[in-house]
Design a protein around this ligand. Structure first.
Ligand SMILES: *[C@@H]1O[C@H](CO)[C@@H](O)[C@H](O)[C@H]1NC(C)=O
Ligand SMILES: *[C@@H]1O[C@H](CO)[C@@H](O)[C@H](O)[C@H]1NC(C)=O
Length: 185
């Protein structure tokens, strides 16, 4: 009479292995998270856990001051001296074109970079070496580029994110423009 077939019991659920994978993923994350966030505190030379962008941010500076893809830098935490090593020199476009040498050096302080070398900004077809960068504290939305002859101001918002940078040899025009710069002024 009771003909309900008992033969069609569902197959044992096979979710056990995905389940385990998920669990181990979670475990993995639990391990990785503290690792990546803790080991960053104070190293005197390039540690792969803290990026130069995080360093900039911790100094109250916009991360877009440096182009994308920088992995090598060194930093002296006590003096603030740093060096950023780029694969190759390149140009990025903001309001103005900015050129980055393959080695950028300077001294980082809160809200400012001093003794800067390796960055130049184009203005009216001339290249001006940027000697310092400063944001107002408290932040007024303006960032100042000290180009020696002038204090150039930009909206800080244009440096919100690291720009793409197009490989571009340094050199010739940088030297030339120094001359034209001085002859103009
Ligand atoms: C940093 O990189 C080195 C090799 O490049 C590696 O051995 C080390 O485990 C890395 N450290 C961290 C915290 O990722
Ligand atoms: C870091 O800066 C301090 C203070 O200027 C200096 O005494 C020290 O030699 C520097 N360390 C390195 C590794 O350059």
């Amino acid at each position: 009479m009771a003909s309900s077939s008992s033969s069609s019991s569902p197959p044992p659920p096979s979710f056990s292995s995905p389940m385990i994978q998920i669990q181990s993923l979670i475990l993995l994350f639990l391990f990785l998270l503290p690792l990546s966030s803790s080991s960053s505190s104070s190293s005197s030379s390039s540690s792969n856990s803290t990026t130069i962008y995080e360093v900039l941010k911790s100094k109250g500076l916009p991360v877009g001051l440096l182009p994308k893809g920088i992995t090598k830098y060194s930093m002296n935490d006590s003096s603030g001296e740093f060096e950023v090593m780029m694969e190759e020199p390149c140009n990025a476009k903001f309001e103005n074109e900015v050129h980055y040498d393959s080695s950028i050096k300077g001294t980082l302080g809160y809200g400012q970079i001093g003794k800067l070398s390796g960055i130049s900004a184009q203005e009216l077809f001339l290249w001006f070496p940027v000697k310092g960068i400063r944001v107002d504290v408290p932040n007024s939305g303006v960032i100042h580029f000290d180009v020696g002859v002038a204090d150039k101001q930009f909206a800080i918002s244009i440096f919100e994110a690291p720009p793409e940078c197009t490989p571009q040899p340094d050199a010739v025009d940088a030297g030339e423009s120094d001359h034209s710069l001085w002859s103009v002024w």
